[in-house]
Ligand binder design. Structure first.
Ligand SMILES: Cc1cc2nc3c(=O)[nH]c(=O)nc-3n(C[C@H](O)[C@H](O)[C@H](O)COP(=O)(O)OP(=O)(O)OC[C@H]3O[C@@H](n4cnc5c(N)ncnc54)[C@H](O)[C@@H]3O)c2cc1C
Length: 401
């Protein structure tokens, strides 16, 4: 009988989603996670229609949708609060079949975890390398108690994030991710706060975003052009120093956030996704394969798409190598397009030059919201392969972006 054991590296959004999909496709999965828990970082995440469709195929779409309504009621403002553009949530849904659900990352993680059997994820296991033969792949990992261990399977799914150690080990020529030129802070208010409309405010070399979580708290993020590696003892104070004088309710929202819970990450991405997403019996997915800047809010969605496509291709009894070749061919062009688009938007949003920012703001103000909605809709128009994990079928990617 064919070996259908799979080992996963990393229990982030992509690794967990791949494990759920592969199980549905008849694989026996074990996921190794470096951290001691799998809660996911403590901030929000936006899931667009494409990510939600992928979650539907993984069987958890309804659970995720139950967290709250789709939104879309948003807009772009200047740092002083002048609206440059506003979008109607209803129009996004009805005219463009487009919606976005904002929820806490921990909820997405726990929903994916709950779809796996107990013991499928082993925490506190740091993967250091993968070795392969023609018929199997072995994950070499370390745990605090047992030291170095080996786990052999027919397939290895590498989803250990943007700084993927395994990618560096097995594809040394792939190169390291590049600093995108800006750093990001994220936080969630401790209490409920009413936010009439979600917004992204663009200044000079800085952006501040506000979104309502379904439970009434507010998820915010801020970005600023900075050299990488800078850190402050009190990151919340640093956010207030930079953004406290921007329009209300930014200062109030940041002050309502526990200073200990403010996250800061320098943004790294692959300016070009890898030349191949697979190597022998190893498939890379999510940020390990194609970290994109966060400007489109699509990194997690792409990881979910990868997971369902991979599971769908591996559902049949054909050779793993052919399934992985089809996965690679299906995913690379889309990741490349989203990556390039995200970088373009990032350059615009993080522009610093005063002439350029005035031009940018004028352009945004003059662009009808229907045009921006259509562009977003094209990005989120991805449809999962049919009929999905557990059955084989032709791939369908209605992506016009
Ligand atoms: C500021 C910011 C805002 C964002 N906002 C959004 C958004 O709104 N919507 C969206 O869709 N995306 C968003 N993203 C992108 C999204 O977070 C990522 O694309 C997504 O988390 C990628 O998932 P992943 O599973 O590939 O990697 P990760 O989520 O990074 O998970 C990798 C996992 O692997 C583990 N790991 C690492 N190394 C090892 C090892 N050696 N051995 C074992 N385990 C290991 C890690 O502990 C982690 O659990 C944002 C990103 C940033 C930085």
């Amino acid at each position: 009988m064919r070996d259908r054991r799979s080992s996963g590296v990393g229990a982030g959004i992509g690794g967990l989603a791949a494990a759920v999909g592969l199980r549905a496709a008849g694989w026996d999965v074990t996921v190794l996670e470096r951290d001691a828990d799998t809660r996911g970082a403590g901030a929000g995440i936006s899931l667009w229609s494409n990510g939600l469709r992928a979650l539907d195929l993984l069987g958890v779409g309804d659970t995720i949708r139950a967290h709250g309504p789709l939104t879309g009621q948003g807009g772009i403002r200047t740092g002083t609060g002048r609206w440059l553009s506003r979008s109607s949530g209803e129009r996004l849904h009805t005219d463009n079949d487009l919606g976005v659900l904002i929820l806490h990352r921990a909820e997405l993680h726990s929903c994916l975890l709950a779809a796996l059997p107990r013991g499928a994820v082993r925490t506190g296991a740091t993967v250091v390398d993968v070795e392969q033969t023609d018929s199997s792949a072995t994950v070499i990992h370390r745990t605090e108690h047992a030291g170095q261990q080996r786990l052999t399977a027919a397939l290895v799914v590498v989803a250990d994030g943007v700084r993927s150690r395994v990618r560096a080990a097995i594809l040394p020529r792939a190169g390291a991710p590049a600093y995108a030129g800006f750093t990001a802070w994220r936080g969630v208010t401790g209490d409920r706060c009413a936010l009439p409309r979600q917004s992204e405010s663009w200044g000079r070399g800085a952006v501040f975003g506000l979104t309502q979580l379904p439970d009434g708290r507010v998820y915010w993020f801020a970005t600023a052009n900075e050299r990488p590696g800078g850190r402050h003892a009190d990151e919340r104070a640093e956010v207030l120093r930079r953004f406290g004088s921007w329009h209300p309710p930014i200062g109030e929202i940041v002050r309502s956030t526990d200073p200990e819970a403010v996250l800061r990450h320098d943004i790294y991405s692959h300016p070009r996704p890898l030349a191949e997403f697979t190597l022998g019996r190893v498939a890379l997915l999510g940020d390990a394969a194609h970290a994109v800047t966060p400007n489109l809010g699509q990194g997690g969605g792409l990881a979910l798409e990868d997971a369902v496509v991979l599971a769908s291709e591996l559902a049949g009894d054909g050779p793993v190598s052919r399934a992985l070749a089809r996965y690679d061919a299906a995913r690379r062009p889309r990741a490349e397009r989203i990556s390039a688009l995200s970088q373009r938007i990032g350059r615009l949003a993080q522009a610093e030059n005063p002439i350029l920012t005035t031009l940018r703001d004028t352009l945004v103000a003059l662009t009808p919201s229907t045009v921006s909605a259509r562009s977003l809709a094209r990005t989120a128009a991805w449809r999962p392969p049919s009929p999905g994990p557990g059955g084989s079928g032709p791939m369908r990617q209605d992506d016009a972006s």
